[in-house]
Design a protein around this ligand. Structure first.
Ligand SMILES: [Zn+2]
Length: 290
């Protein structure tokens, strides 16, 4: 809206105030309920909010924390949540957990702070999970959770570790509405396969290490409309923090790193990555408009 009627002298103050305001950012992946944060989770989210991290997406990892992440999102203005069973928690999950997840998702549809199915996916980095019965179980849980996402038309938040092609194989069979491939690490071809299926790619702490050539090249060269920012806190500490516990308050510096890699103003990075999250997580997009 034009500032008609406003005294001319008010303008410089308004402009400088806006410049001093941190850009609005979204941490698209943060395990704020992790034991590392303990009772300090609210302060951790407040500290991030003071630095411009307006929203934090908190995925669940197993049945035992479905209610925890939901309560966290209902209790803190910054937080929204996803429900799912993480591949590294699949070994201890029961078949019945999939039934409980579907019921829990059905109920969560009334909750505007519920935004996605996640964190789900496949982990072929851990040797025991890569073969035999545990691999079959991982694939089974992934497929069944994709079906839940498809049936409720919800986006998914994917855990991708040495599993890009198998993840893609099932995404081609079970068509979900897209989502976020979190902590993306893969080839340019795999990146475009994910974006072709409606996904954006999450970049965070791993991108801050100069030896991470492939990730840094992708971050620099992919179209900006396929990138979102994340911390994965308390994990994947950025280079300047390593080995300390990562927090969502690191996101502005991660955004600045991406801006430098791409040679673009950080304000553009903030604007586009925030818009991208709102696009792939439309329930969060609606909250942002409210
Ligand atoms: Zn995660």
């Amino acid at each position: 809206m034009a500032a008609t009627g406003m005294a001319d002298t008010a303008m410089p103050d308004t402009v400088s105030a806006a410049a001093a305001m941190p850009a609005t950012l979204i941490d698209s992946h943060c395990h704020l309920d992790a034991a590392e944060f303990g009772r300090a989770a609210a302060e951790v989210a407040d500290e991030a909010a003071a630095k411009g991290v307006r929203w934090i997406v908190v995925p669940s990892v197993e049945r035992a924390n479905f209610d925890t992440v939901a309560a966290m999102a209902q209790g803190h203005a910054s937080c929204v949540y996803a429900l799912g069973i993480h591949p590294m928690y699949v070994p201890h999950a029961a078949e019945h957990d999939l039934v409980l997840l579907r019921e829990r998702v059905q109920r969560a549809l009334d909750d505007p702070r519920f935004v996605a199915i996640g964190e789900i996916g496949l982990d072929f980095f851990i040797p025991e999970l890569k073969q035999g019965a545990l691999r079959d179980k991982q694939e089974h849980f992934y497929v069944e959770q994709l079906k839940i996402a498809r049936d409720f038309d919800l986006p998914v938040i994917l855990h991708v570790r040495r599993s890009q092609d198998t993840l893609l194989k099932y995404l081609r069979r079970i068509r979900v509405r897209g989502g976020i491939a979190h902590a993306f690490n893969g080839s340019e071809q795999q990146a475009s396969a994910f974006t072709g299926l409606g996904f954006v790619l999450g970049f965070g702490g791993a991108m801050t290490y100069t030896r991470a050539l492939q990730i840094r090249r992708l971050a620099a060269e992919l179209p900006l409309d396929s990138i979102v920012l994340e911390t994965d806190a308390p994990d994947i500490a950025p280079s300047w923090l390593h080995p300390a516990v990562n927090t969502p308050a690191q996101l502005p510096r991660i955004a600045a790193e991406l801006a430098e890699l791409r040679g673009q103003p950080v304000a553009d990075i903030a604007h586009h990555t925030t818009h991208n999250v709102a696009r792939v997580l439309p329930r969060l997009g609606s909250l942002m408009m409210a």
